[in-house]
Design a protein around this ligand. Structure first.
Ligand code: NDP
Ligand code: OXD
Length: 314
């Protein structure tokens, strides 16, 4: 019942230690060799090396150690008969909710302007609308979008969402499908993107979309918050929209490619706020405990949470 751990850009040691604490009997390897290939039953991966999962004869489950599976599914060699689950534990969900609420409040409460005023020793109150006068529209109402939306409602914002399929029960109004997108955008003051990256969502955050956001709302203009994936946004369109007033401000955690190029004008734009893909990090201790529980469920023949639908791409 060996676990293969393969993570691009992450130190495996805290993960190995956390797995050992959660399940001391479990063997963990970080490379595939002739003598261990047949013992590997589980692969825990984050952006795995291309081809590493292709020759494991007894692989039963692939665990993606983050919410987004775009990098994993981009590897055409991953075995098609092995189920994939996303390791989406409450820890990562709450981290994302923190980041989204922080960004929405950052713009709503004029933090960039007050930081500038503080630097200049200016004591001046800016007009402050109530949260209830502002509508946050969330693109992608899955696990993360729903959690963030519920938290924003508690703070007092109006919240609406957009998803691919219609929902029977939702905690806030959710528009479904492309036909409803204009009506969703036309009501949105602050646009939050928590979509997975798929062929349909690539490049969705474009100038044409920004122009459909609500005008004349309680804020100085529409705001974009993106923590989905960088390839969903067209950076040149964001800069153009910020410069001509189509967007008032933007908070961006994801870029394509990452890290964001040193030459990008987004770094220095006065109304762009950039973070280095840290909205919701996967934390080894919390996530290993969660994944080990999933594996035990699998070993007892019980259904798994958060299985990935390869056809949909998320
Ligand atoms: P889920 O799979 O739970 O939810 C995805 C949502 O997007 C669903 O509501 C889905 O609709 C909707 N959706 C997908 N495709 C479309 C489409 N073409 N049109 C309209 N709606 C669509 O994902 P999560 O909430 O768990 O995660 C979302 C993304 O957040 C991840 O894929 C990842 O890219 C990103 N992320 C970023 C992190 C960071 O640190 N910046 C950390 C973690 C995740 P439906 O409900 O109908 O299926
Ligand atoms: C994720 C991420 O998808 O951190 O979990 O981007």
């Amino acid at each position: 019942m060996t676990i293969l751990l393969d993570m691009k850009g992450w130190d495996p040691h805290p993960w190995i230690a956390a797995i050992k604490r959660a399940d001391p009997e479990r063997q963990v390897v970080t490379a595939v060799a002739q003598e261990n290939a047949s013992a590997i039953r589980y692969a825990w991966v984050w952006r795995p090396r291309t081809g590493i999962l292709s020759n494991l004869p007894n692989l039963e489950l692939i665990v993606n150690l983050g919410a987004g599976v775009d990098a994993l599914l981009a590897d055409a060699t991953i075995p098609t008969h092995v189920p994939i689950v996303r390791a989406l534990d409450p820890n990562i969900t709450m981290r994302m909710t923190e980041w989204i609420v922080l960004q929405v409040l950052y713009h709503h409460r004029h933090i960039p302007a007050y930081l500038e005023q503080q630097r200049q020793r200016i004591w001046r109150a800016l007009p402050q609308p109530a949260a209830s006068a502002v509508t946050v529209g969330i693109l992608g109402c899955g696990a993360l979008g729903t959690s963030a939306g519920v938290a924003l409602r508690h703070v007092g914002f109006e919240v609406i969402g957009w998803s691919r399929t219609a929902k029977e029960e939702t905690r806030f109004k959710v528009f479904a499908g492309g036909d409803c997108l204009p009506s969703f955008l036309g009501q949105t003051d602050i646009l939050v993107c928590l979509l997975p990256l798929t062929p349909e969502t690539r490049g969705v955050l474009s100038y044409g979309l920004f122009r459909q956001l609500k005008r004349g709302g309680a804020l100085a203009g529409p705001v974009l918050v993106n923590a989905g994936r960088g390839a969903q946004q067209i950076d040149a369109d964001i800069l153009r929209a910020l410069d001509d007033g189509t967007l008032w401000a933007a908070s961006l955690d994801v870029f394509d490619p990452e890290p964001l190029a040193l030459t990008s004008q987004l770094w220095a734009h006065p109304r762009a706020f950039v973070t280095p893909h840290i909205a919701a990090d996967s934390e080894p201790e919390a996530m290993s405990g969660y994944v080990i529980k999933q594996i035990r469920r699998h070993e007892q023949g019980l259904p798994l949470d958060m299985t990935v639908d390869r056809g949909r791409g998320y």
